[in-house]
Design a protein around this ligand. Structure first.
Ligand SMILES: NC(=O)c1ccc[n+]([C@@H]2O[C@H](COP(=O)([O-])OP(=O)(O)OC[C@H]3O[C@@H](n4cnc5c(N)ncnc54)[C@H](O)[C@@H]3O)[C@@H](O)[C@H]2O)c1
Length: 328
């Protein structure tokens, strides 16, 4: 397949991820067909896109009027209509293997070999999803594009190829993501959790172990992250942090700390107890902490404010303008 420019995409699933992914495409000039099997979810997707586009405009993160952006999104209920004439189909349906497999089997038979098939899965590696295809060559036009929530504000997209994914497909999706101002990282090979969730869950595992062992309370651990290494991490990353501190020091710390780090291969009992007792986090008002409705609203406001702040810093850096401290 020749490398080509993607000017229109189908986004299948208008939930938490799909609506904001559609906004990210539309805000960068790409036509989107947003499809959902649930009319209610499609309605919700439409209002999410409008609300978030207004927010981006208010913060100087859009170069066009909201109506121009929304005009690029067609909201459709039928799969046939959604995939008509597009260069890429992105599956963003629930993380249930049977639903994804059934959809990819249909997509394989309903699309031509020139159409790229992609999944926003968080947990299924490409080889697992490609096993749904009837023809081995379909894997050549398949790739995982793992966006992060909220997809219109988080720049990272992990691009995970199957061993058979054609190099032209990778170049095409990379060029498309560059056009959307995304930071695309192409993995050299598939691995469960990709890069981001592996790193994030290594921290989760250790944090839960320390709580279970009575070393510290969840709030104290979060303070260590927010006020300590988490504060510089957006600037220094993992390997930059090590180079910044000195690799000789890091070697000594590895030798000292690695033997006592958690290496459990199953979820810990402390987490299972919370889940089994219905304490699922903010959605049930209690998880590692308790939350009032006000706490949750304040949390959401702060997360959005900070993500907008980071997006504005990125934009300023691209434009080469200075970084005022009071820009919120
Ligand atoms: N939520 C996150 O933080 C996050 C982050 C990264 C990746 N993901 C991945 O993105 C995918 C979607 O997650 P989500 O959180 O947006 O889920 P969601 O439940 O909010 O949305 C999924 C949508 O898909 C629709 N749907 C179901 N079957 C469909 C079908 N056959 N065709 C079209 N639409 C269909 C549902 O009606 C729903 O609106 C999952 O694979 C998930 O692992 C989620």
């Amino acid at each position: 397949m020749e490398m080509k420019e993607i000017s229109s995409v189908a986004v299948l699933g208008a939930g938490t991820m799909g609506a904001n992914i559609a906004l990210s495409f539309a805000a960068h000039g790409i036509q989107v067909h947003l499809m959902d099997v649930s009319p209610k979810q499609l309605e919700r997707g439409i209002s999410t896109i409008r609300e978030n586009a207004v927010q981006l405009l208010e913060h100087g993160l859009l170069t066009e009027e909201v109506d121009h952006i929304i005009a690029r999104v067609t909201f459709v209920a039928a799969l046939e209509t959604a995939i008509a004439g597009v260069g890429l189909v992105l599956e963003v349906v629930p993380e249930i293997i049977e639903i994804k497999e059934q959809l990819f089997r249909k997509l394989e038979s309903m699309t031509g070999p020139e159409v790229i098939l992609a999944s926003n899965t968080s947990t299924f590696v490409p080889s697992r999803l490609c096993s749904a295809f009837a023809h081995a060559e379909t894997a050549g036009r398949f790739v995982v594009l793992h966006y992060w929530n909220p997809a219109h504000l988080i720049p990272l997209v992990e691009v995970v190829p199957h061993t058979k994914t054609a190099p032209t497909i990778l170049r095409t999706v990379k060029a498309m993501l560059d056009c959307c101002d995304k930071q695309a990282v192409v993995l050299q090979k598939e691995i469960p959790g990709f890069l981001g969730n592996r790193l994030a869950f290594a921290l989760q595992r250790e944090a839960m172990r320390m709580v279970a062992d009575g070393v510290a309370m969840p709030d104290d651990i979060d303070t260590v992250v927010r006020g300590g290494f988490g504060r510089r991490m957006p600037v220094t990353g993992i390997f930059g942090t090590a180079d910044f501190g000195g690799l000789d020091v890091y070697l000594a710390v590895c030798d000292q700390v690695f033997p006592s780090l958690c290496n459990d291969s199953a979820a810990p009992d402390i987490l299972k107890r919370l889940v089994n007792s219905g304490r699922l986090g903010m959605k049930t008002r209690e998880g590692w902490s308790k939350y009032s409705e006000c706490d949750i609203a304040e949390w959401q406001r702060r997360v959005t404010d900070d993500l907008v702040h980071f997006a504005r810093s990125d934009l300023r850096r691209e434009q080469g303008t200075p970084h005022p401290r009071s820009d919120r």
